[in-house]
Design a protein around this ligand. Structure first.
Ligand code: COA
Length: 418
């Protein structure tokens, strides 16, 4: 039995943030019914297509383990089917633009009337406030949540990161909100609203940068390499390049082959506890006793020189050789792994973090499996549904419509062109 078996999700999500959330719930065993617009479906089905007329990887990689029903929820018959779905499901998850559900006639009050146990979970760009009506995409959230202003190099512009902290990050926050509300419902018998705003989710992930903002008011941030370079701080947390965010200085260093391989780099941390070992492997044993280098505080104004010296050593090794030498000595470091290397890494295949899935239209493709492993509820990744693949099955088996009623619903146009 899966952890969330018996939980039924009315999945009204699209694009990335909402689908990330419901995919996680589906992996934990929830029955996830994705409601899509007839003929079109989730817009991502057709975006960034690599094979003509086949659901894109954007869609397939975010919608595993779900069932799909097409339903025009602006059609009167479609609305009555949606009402039945609301009465039957435990959780409604949506990430429409602000106000879209109200315009459809399914605002929170109506949902509560139909099913007081319903948990209604939403991703929005912003929480209540001046921007609450705005439509928001990933990079907008990274910019408005503090990630962009603190990412990049000091002398360069604000930079967005490849990690989808706005979309997938907020989907993850929402999933936690939903399981928490389900737990609460066990005690109260009632549903509730769950809101995860993308700005809030990104800011939550940038918590340490708000920490630094307040430290800055008391003096310079001595662990930032800007300090060692003598560059004055402004009044806001600066971009810190590849500086380590913690109290232990770190940097990305070139390794053997960097001239031709854009990922021949290693992240290297000069952790205080292993400083003596670092001095030995880079051929600077004299730094162990030198008062200018022996203690972490003494090193702060020389970090650039120190990392340049360490790089002189890492450039003679591949990133994997650096890892092999440093790991047994507890010197924290990590090779910069490309997507190609991650896709081919056998250990990630073995744990189910990278999974090969077979799809009837596209054939085999790789996806990221469930990153959270439950020993009693392992996730098995099954392919994403074709548009409307389960429409009849959901109408009859989940909602209890008779065959004649299904025919009537179809004739009304609620499922698409009759
Ligand atoms: N039947 C009939 N109509 C449907 C439908 C269905 N099954 N499913 C959706 N629709 C309608 C909606 O009701 C809405 O109609 P309305 O504008 O007349 O009210 C319309 O489709 C479009 O929905 P919307 O959410 O506005 O889509 P969009 O493509 O214009 O905007 C986003 C996309 C992502 C910008 C927007 O949904 C948004 O800001 N979402 C919240 C933040 C978010 O999740 N952003 C990240 C996405 S990864």
């Amino acid at each position: 039995m899966k952890a969330l078996e018996g939980v039924r999700i009315l999945d009204f999500t699209h694009v990335q943030s909402g689908p990330t959330c419901t995919q996680l719930l589906a992996w934990f065993g929830a029955d996830c019914i994705k409601v899509e617009r007839p003929g079109v479906g989730d817009a991502t089905r057709g975006q960034l297509r690599d094979i003509p007329d086949v659901d894109s990887l954007y869609f397939t990689m975010l919608n595993h383990n779900k069932r799909s029903i097409t339903l025009n929820t602006k059609n009167e018959t479609g609305k009555s089917v949606l009402e039945r779905l609301v009465k039957t499901c435990d959780v409604l998850v949506e990430n429409f633009a602000p106000g879209a559900l109200d315009r459809m006639g399914f605002g929170w009050e109506r949902i509560q009337e139909l099913n007081p146990r319903m948990i209604m979970a939403s991703v929005k760009g912003f929480g209540p406030g001046p921007y609450e009506d705005c439509k928001v995409y990933e990079n907008v959230a990274q910019c408005t949540g503090g990630a962009a202003s603190t990412t990049g190099f000091l002398d360069g512009p604000p930079t967005v990161t490849g990690a989808q902290v706005g979309d997938s990050g907020t989907g993850l926050h929402l999933a936690l909100g939903i399981v928490t509300a389900l737990y609460h419902r066990e005690k109260t018998g009632r549903g509730q609203r769950v809101l995860a705003a993308m700005q809030d989710g990104v800011l939550n992930l940038c918590r340490v940068k708000l920490r630094d903002q307040q430290r800055l008011e008391r003096g310079p941030l001595t662990e930032y390499s800007q300090y060692g370079l003598g560059v004055p701080f402004s009044d806001a947390t600066p971009r810190a390049g590849n500086d380590s965010g913690g109290g232990q200085p770190g940097w990305i260093l070139k390794c053997k082959g960097w001239e031709t391989d854009p990922n021949a780099y290693v992240y290297f941390i000069t952790q205080a506890a292993v400083w003596q070992r670092i001095c030995d492997i880079i051929g600077k044993p004299e730094w162990k006793e030198d008062p200018g280098y022996a203690k972490p505080e003494a090193r702060l104004d020389k970090l650039n020189h120190i990392f340049e010296t360490i790089e002189g050593w890492t450039r003679t090794k591949t990133k994997f050789e650096v890892m092999d030498i440093c790991n047994p000595m507890d010197i924290p470091c990590g090779p910069i792994l490309s997507m190609k290397e991650l896709a081919e890494e056998p250990s990630l295949r073995e744990t189910g973090t990278v999974v090969e899935v077979d799809h009837p239209a596209r054939g085999k493709y790789l996806t990221v499996g469930c990153p959270i492993k439950l020993s009693e509820s392992p996730a098995e990744v099954t392919r994403s549904p074709l548009l409307g693949e389960h429409t009849t099955e959901i109408l009859s088996e989940v909602l209890g419509y008779s065959a004649a009623e299904v025919d009537d619903i179809r004739a009304s146009g609620a499922l698409g062109k009759p």
